[in-house]
Design a protein around this ligand. Structure first.
Ligand code: BG6
Length: 300
C-alpha cells in the first residue's frame, strides 16, 4: 500500500495495490472518500462541504466526541460544548501507517493498510474553544483500516485526568446510495428507537426501514445493519462496543436549510448510518479507556 499527502498536508490518502483507496482530512480525522477497485465512491460528500477547517465536514465520516447532538441541558460537563462536540472540529495528528495481510485472506495475499490518528488535550490542533468548554485531560486514537472489501474505523478514548469524565462517541457515516426511495435498511427489526422527528418519542421498529421523509432515529440494537437498494445489498455495518445506530436522512426541507448541503436534492443519494454509544454516558475514571469500532463491508 502507498500513503501520500496533499501539498498542504491537510489530506492523507492510502491506496492498496489492488486499487482501493481512502482519503482522510486531518481536520476532524474525517474520512472523506472511500473508493473500491473500480474507483466507485462509497461515501457521500456535499459539493459545498468545507474542507478548510472552518466548519465540520458535510459528508464522509465526521467523528463525534464527547457529546452527541446538542448537549443536554441537565449534563453540566458538556453543557458548554457545540453540537456533536469538538473531535470533528479539531486538527488531528497523523501517527503513521501499518500494513498487513487482510485478515482471512492469507491465501490471496491481499494487503490491508491501517492509518492511525491522534488527538489529545495537549495537542496544538485541539479546537481552542474545547479546552475551556471541556477542561479534561484525554487522549484519542482513531484507526482507519482499509481492506479490499471493507473499512473499519475504531476509536479509543483514554481518561488521563485525575477526575472522571462522561463521554459519548459516534461515527457519523454518510453512505452513498443511488436512489434513496429504493433503499431498505434491515437488522433493526424489533429494536427500540427514539424518534427525533416525532417529539423524541420511544418506538419499536417493525420490519425493514424505508426512507420516505425526514428521518432521524436513535436505535438501540446489536447485530449487523444492512443497507440494500432494489434488493441488492450495498453495505453491511457491524459494530464493536457501540450499542446505538442513528439513521438519518434530512429529506427536502432540512437539506434546504443546511448551507453546506449541496446539491439540494443530494438527500436522494445519501443515507447516514451512524454507529455510536450515545444512549447514556460512558463514564471513564482516571486511566480508564473506552474502545468502539464499526466495520462497513461492501455487499453482504
Ligand atoms: C445526526 C443527528 O446524527 O446529525 C441529527 O441525529 C443532525 O439530528 C445530524 O441533524 C447533522 O448534524 P450536523 O451538526 O452535522 O448538522
Amino acid at each position: 500500500p502507498t500513503v501520500s499527502f496533499s501539498d498542504d498536508n491537510s489530506l492523507v490518502t492510502a491506496t492498496l495495490p489492488t486499487g482501493e483507496s481512502i482519503t482522510v482530512l486531518l481536520y476532524g480525522a474525517t474520512v472523506i472518500s472511500w473508493k473500491d477497485s473500480s474507483s466507485s465512491e462509497k461515501f457521500w460528500l456535499s459539493s459545498a462541504a468545507k474542507l478548510d477547517g472552518t466548519k465540520p465536514v458535510r459528508g464522509g465520516i465526521p467523528l463525534i466526541f464527547p457529546v452527541f447532538g446538542p448537549p443536554p441541558p441537565d449534563h453540566a460537563q458538556t453543557s458548554s460544548l457545540p453540537q456533536h462536540g469538538f473531535a470533528r472540529t479539531s486538527r488531528w495528528e497523523f501517527l503513521g501507517k501499518s500494513t498487513s495481510e487482510s485478515s482471512g485472506n492469507q491465501q490471496t495475499g491481499d494487503l490491508s493498510v491501517k492509518l492511525d490518528f491522534g488527538l489529545s488535550s495537549a495537542a496544538n490542533g485541539l479546537d481552542p474553544k474545547a479546552k475551556e468548554a471541556w477542561p479534561y485531560k484525554f487522549n484519542l486514537i482513531y484507526s482507519v483500516t482499509l481492506n479490499r472489501k471493507d473499512l473499519t474505523t475504531s476509536l479509543v478514548v483514554t481518561n488521563d485526568d485525575e477526575r472522571p469524565f462522561d463521554c459519548q462517541v459516534l461515527m457519523h457515516t454518510y453512505l452513498k446510495v443511488n436512489d434513496i426511495t429504493k433503499v431498505s435498511i434491515s437488522g433493526l427489526d424489533n429494536s427500540s428507537y427514539i424518534d427525533k422527528v416525532d417529539a423524541a418519542s420511544t418506538k419499536t421498529q417493525s420490519g425493514e426501514i424505508q426512507i420516505e421523509g425526514e428521518t432521524d432515529r436513535v436505535y438501540t440494537a446489536d447485530g449487523p445493519v444492512t443497507v440494500a437498494e432494489g434488493g441488492k445489498t450495498l453495505y453491511t455495518v457491524t459494530r464493536d462496543n457501540l450499542s446505538n445506530v442513528v439513521v438519518w436522512n434530512p429529506w427536502i426541507e432540512k437539506a434546504k436549510g443546511m448551507g453546506d448541503f449541496e446539491p439540494k436534492d443530494g438527500y436522494k443519494e445519501m443515507l447516514c448510518v451512524e454507529p455510536g454509544s450515545v444512549g447514556g454516558w460512558q463514564t471513564l475514571e482516571k486511566g480508564d479507556a473506552f474502545e468502539g469500532a464499526q466495520t462497513i463491508s461492501l455487499g453482504v
